[in-house]
Design a protein around this ligand. Structure first.
Ligand code: CU
Length: 215
């Protein structure tokens, strides 16, 4: 029993001390998406919020196991995917039909050809920027990969809430980005926890290619 108490003391002592030494500040807030007319959207999810520059955007390396953008139910899922530069994204086909994924965006051009159910390919994203992903077979399908230069990013939940934690103390520019309108920036001083709220205007429902396909 005594050893258990000592162990707990050690554990909690340790756990209490280490995060305090490592933890930075957090920036959190809410992103509201508005239609052009002014009405606010029911779903504010999928907005990427990121810090423009942290430590000169140097010294960050992508993990080995990259995230995926699946072709599923005739859509790219997730539709919006932020990744750290150097990340390989897997493109699995989960539909019982042949799909394709390609991009002609300057940040990454690729074409995965045709691939069927259960097949997958991966693409490494080496240049920061927005990459629009389409399917040659289904023009309505569109996905967006935002390649970022540091790992301080997140995506809003349905309520539009976000939080980026453990940022080293400093002054930063917070950016909120989505593919349907202009992104917005705000300055924050993260010598302590800060808040940054955004209000984005949705100028278009989707990319021009998808809109043409829907006509
Ligand atoms: Cu497709």
């Amino acid at each position: 029993m005594r050893s258990a108490v000592i162990l707990l003391t050690l554990l909690f002592g340790f756990a209490g001390a280490v995060p305090a030494a490592l933890a930075g500040s957090s920036v959190s807030g809410r992103v509201e998406v508005h239609a052009k007319g002014g009405a606010s959207a029911a779903d504010n999810s999928g907005v990427v919020v990121y810090l423009k520059e942290v430590n000169g955007n140097k010294g960050f390396s992508a993990g080995k196991n990259g995230p995926s953008m699946a072709s599923e139910n005739m859509k790219f899922a997730p539709e919006i995917l932020p990744v750290l530069v150097g990340t390989s994204v897997v493109f699995p086909n989960k539909d019982d039909t042949v799909h394709n994924a390609f991009s002609i965006s300057p940040a990454k051009k690729f074409d995965l050809g045709r691939y069927g159910y259960g097949e997958q390919n991966s693409v490494r994203f080496d240049t920061p920027g927005a990459v629009n992903v389409y399917c040659k077979i289904h023009p309505k399908m569109s996905g967006y990969i935002l390649v970022l230069a540091n790992p301080y990013f997140t995506v809003t939940d349905e309520g539009g809430n976000y939080s980026i934690k453990d940022v080293p103390p400093g002054n930063y520019t917070v950016v909120s980005w989505f593919p349907y309108g202009e992104s917005q920036e705000k300055k924050v001083d993260l010598t302590e926890d800060a808040r940054a709220d955004f209000s984005l205007v949705k100028l278009r429902n989707s990319n021009p290619r998808k809109m043409l396909a829907e006509k």
